[in-house]
Ligand binder design. Structure first.
Ligand code: FES
Length: 106
């Protein structure tokens, strides 16, 4: 049940508005610092597999660079077509000044 936590970076290396991508096994996870809070989502658009990291972020929504679907990184919810399925969200924790996340689905 559940894998190891994956180190993202030191907390002070990720400023508000920044993001990083890490891998947990075969899962790419994009971790965002939005207004000082941390969120982790699967870095794969449910429309056609585009990478979300690097897409425009507006408020709490990230836009897929491929065809413009938008997702709320807090919930994974679709905010704009063409995607119809939500993206996965993952837990984030900070321990001793280091950010960790993991794919907790398996
Ligand atoms: S792959 Fe993301 S909108 Fe098409």
């Amino acid at each position: 049940m559940g894998g190891e936590w994956v180190r993202v970076c030191a907390h002070d290396e990720m400023l508000p508005g920044e993001f990083k991508v890490v891998w947990d096994g075969d899962t790419a996870i994009a971790v965002y610092n939005l207004e000082g809070d941390l969120y982790a989502v699967e870095d794969t658009c449910t429309h056609d597999g585009g990478e979300l990291a690097g897409g425009d972020v507006c408020g709490f929504e990230v836009e897929c660079p491929r065809h413009g679907a938008r997702f709320d990184v807090r919930t994974g919810e679709v905010k704009e077509a063409p995607a119809t399925e939500p993206i996965a969200t993952f837990p984030v924790r900070v321990e001793d000044g280091v950010i960790f996340t993991r794919d907790d689905r398996s």
